[in-house]
Ligand binder design. Structure first.
Ligand code: ZN
Length: 62
């Protein structure tokens, strides 16, 4: 299974060619640190990263 790509803008992980969150096609295969955000309002990590939609995100995208 191919490695997921991370959106450079919102860090959401996807197997698509564009980010499902913001439709950006600036995706990177160079990322590290997987975060799964279920409850945006109660996640400090989500608030730090500016995540507003539940989902799977990369901590770092390069
Ligand atoms: Zn995105």
């Amino acid at each position: 299974m191919a490695r997921e790509l991370a959106c450079r803008k919102c860090h959401m992980l996807t197997h698509e060619k564009a980010c499902p969150n913001d439709k950006s096609n600036e995706l990177s295969s160079e990322w590290s640190g997987l975060i799964i955000v279920l409850d945006v309002a109660r996640s400090n990590v989500a608030q730090t990263l500016g995540i507003t939609v539940p989902g799977r995100y990369a901590l770092k995208v390069s």
